[in-house]
Design a protein around this ligand. Structure first.
Ligand code: ADP
Ligand code: MG
Ligand code: MG
Length: 201
């Protein structure tokens, strides 16, 4: 298994920022159906700030990269997704300690801890029609391969369409949330696709 170093994680987050920028309109459209139409703008602002701070500070090890990025998301994204994604990255990074490199298996373990922290912070679980419905299958897939993680996250995001939202703004719509893809699950699928793309380069 390849050793993933600090620069790898910086490349992942740069690829994630590019994907969010490219897909911001689609994310906002999804959020306009069952939320307040700001998810694309929220993440675009947050990930642009992440890219800036990583370029400026160039943290060396994987844990430091993810913790700095998570802190930046929390301080720049006003919506629910800022603290949730910020917690995901910070908790994942914390799990790495000061390791110079990590394997995909270690990343899968650390990401599982990060996703558990998201579930705890938001009080959500699988099937509540949130980002967790893409992130939980992604963690399982990552145990197998980056491509499996990407495919599982994409499937998980699409599988939110028939669900009724039980957490976040979309839950205020009750049954009217049914029939729409959850914006946070869609953005999580983008982040995992960026990870796979970075690993395959
Ligand atoms: P806001 O809803 O504050 O405008 P965003 O639009 O940026 O924030 O993000 C909305 C997304 O955040 C939702 O689509 C959902 O995936 C995720 N989300 C919201 N609340 C929760 C929660 N309690 N647990 C997990 N994810 C959540
Ligand atoms: Mg919103
Ligand atoms: Mg909002």
């Amino acid at each position: 298994d390849a050793e993933l170093d600090g620069p790898f994680f910086r490349r992942w987050l740069a690829a994630a920022a590019a994907a969010v920028d490219r897909e911001a309109d689609r994310l906002t459209e999804l959020d306009s159906a069952i939320g307040d139409a700001d998810h694309g703008a929220n993440l675009r602002r947050g990930f642009a700030a992440v890219t800036d701070v990583l370029e400026k500070e160039e943290p060396a090890v994987p844990g430091a990269v993810l913790m700095l990025a998570g802190r930046q998301l929390i301080s720049t994204v006003g919506g629910a997704s800022g603290p949730l994604y910020g917690t995901l990255l910070r908790r994942t990074g914390k799990d790495f300690g000061d390791a110079e490199t990590v394997t995909r298996q270690r990343l899968a373990e650390a990401l599982a801890a990060g996703v558990a922290a998201v579930a705890q912070l938001g009080g959500a679980q699988a099937g509540d029609k949130t980002m967790l419905d893409a992130l939980l299958p992604a963690v399982d897939g990552l145990g197998e391969s980056f491509a499996a993680a990407r495919d599982a996250a994409a499937e998980g995001a699409l599988a939110t369409v028939p669900l009724q939202a039980r957490k976040g703004r979309a839950s205020y719509l009750g049954e009217r949330s049914i029939g729409h893809e959850d914006p946070g699950a869609a953005s999580s699928a983008l982040l995992i696709a960026a990870l796979a793309e970075t690993a395959e380069k």
